[in-house]
Design a protein around this ligand. Sequence first.
Ligand code: NAP
Length: 661
Amino acid sequence: MYDTGMAEIAADYATTGTSRNPTSAGVVFDDPDDVIWEALAGMSVPALMMTMVHMTGDLDLLQELPVPSQTIPNDLQGGMSETDKEKVRLRAFDVIRGYRDRGCPAPFEPDMAQLKTMAETVTAGPVSDEYLDYIAADLQLSNATGFEVDLRSRAEDRAALPVVVIGCGQSGVLAGVRLTDAGIPFTIVERQPDVGGSWQMNRYPGARVDINTHYYSYSFQPNLAWKHDYSEQPEIVSYLREVLDTNGVTPHVRFSTEVVSARWDEDSATWSVELRDQHGIRETLTARALISAVGQFSRPIIPNIQGRDAFGGPAFHTSAWNDDVDLRGKRVAVIGAGATGFQLVPAIVDVAASVVVYQRSAQWIFPNPGYHDEVTDGDRWARKKLPFYGRWLRFVYWWPINDGAADSVVVDPNWQDGGRSISEINAYVRDLFQQWIAEQIHDPELMDKVIPDYPPMGKRMLQDNGTWLATLQRDNVELVRTNIDRLTADGVTTVDGVHRQADIVVWATGFDVNRQLDNLHIIGRGDQDLNAVWGEEPRAYLGITVPDFPNLFCMYGPGTNAVNGASIVYLSECQMCYIMGCLDMIAADGIAAMEPRRDVHNRYTQRHTDALNNLVYAHPSVNSYYQNSKGETPTLFPWRIIDYWAWTRKPNTDDFALTNK
Ligand code: NAP
């Protein structure tokens, strides 16, 4: 298990009083010159330029020094040449030493006009005014409003508002932190024996996050000790566990316990939540509010392929990885090569005798040369010591992916490209990706197999540094693009009649995101079961609240999967900010039950559907697991992240049907 070093860091910062959020304000340091010089080599230069401004208050530095020339995903150096970066580092060496020698005073904080200058420098492009508050909030400038809710209810009213949270993944952990902060009593119920949700469940070799971890982490608790920029699964679980522990949430979690059902009781305006522990013992909790933090990936799919159960050897889904099965010297059949199979195969090829990959469709891959890189010592040092460096590093990462890719997913109705692309910019992206693939492959037959026949961005993009295509070209790996006919006792037969023997079958065949509640029964007004109400078309106002299900709040609920950008953790923070606003309203205004007005909900879901219909995900050339049987993609989020941030700052009383106590 990885040690994220958070305990050591918390101790480090105990003296500065900034343990919860150590990177914004900076710390007092006295490191010698050689440490500073060495650290400079490992830093993101655009983020370095910004911390230089915070250390000096001198915006003229941005005129005097070379500046970033581009902002593209996964380039944390802003396209700067080595010569330019070196010029900045030399100047930074003086700035950092000067700051240290002045005793590391409180850092300069820009006003909005200055922030705009800084943001436009670092992004090498225009930043419209509507983004400034949003950027200031994520940078945690002291005059910005973050995700913390200014509570107006009395502490004793909050203390009389017990909440049950279903699930202890990243959103359940977050809910626990915010509820603890607010003094609201709560229980988190988690069916697995440990924290992490999907990250606990998906322990297959090679599992790692595909969003940079400085952004895939809570705004209030950056992990200054991440080992990788894109962390591996064990490190993410360790981080979540440490957030749980350091915020006093752990005692509120019931692990190895499942929520079987939750039923709304009209008379008492409470939820009766029925639990079953690992021994089958049942218990009922009563809550005034219910938070569903089950996410969208709790229902694995093993497709109904002929002979599915006829295979004689070990066979399991990637989300139920079987550590007892030794892959050494074995012939492994991996069925499915989406985000999971694509990470798994490179991680097992050195162990298995051979791996046959059955890939029904090829995947578009985003070039990310640093995907497996470790965080440099310099970067880690700067995030610990230099004011706002870590916040700007996060910004450099999220700016191009958050709303940056929005244009490339919009369908141009006049664009004709035989389903290969959906607009001019999308075609441009396609060419870039295709060129990158072509640079890595010299066998035309393999080339035919790995170029997708649908537009880029149509499905979840994969991130790679070249590992996938290199793996496919290894002698003990075969990529099969012919559909599977059936499984037999000793292997897999494809529709062309070819039979390939296997000792182990791994199903990397994904999840049913349109039926995200799995077997969970949430029964609202009039005995309605949410699973039945939703069917394969889950809907919720802002992805959070549902008519007829009072005081129910979803996290990472329907329509909130920002598939090609943003961090799910960020969106969870938006949702939890909104939910805290709702709970505060309940406590402050003596509300017994709140649910979204049906007309508000319906207008929202109609807008949601209309917006999605214009995007690549619902295009006829794309076939993905997001689509239900009607080809709709109700789980996806179609708008800009800044919009969601704005909509979830605070609940609007008028949107709700409220019942007073
Ligand atoms: P997935 O992307 O849905 O991939 C499933 C694979 O199984 C696809 O190759 C699919 O083919 C194939 N498949 C499905 N049914 C099949 C059938 N009947 N016959 C043959 N092949 C079949 O699932 P996943 O890889 O588990 O990923 C799911 C999601 O989890 C991702 O989109 C991502 O959001 C998340 N995830 C994230 C990370 C990360 O952060 N790095 C890692 C893993 C997963 P088709 O493409 O033809 O449908």
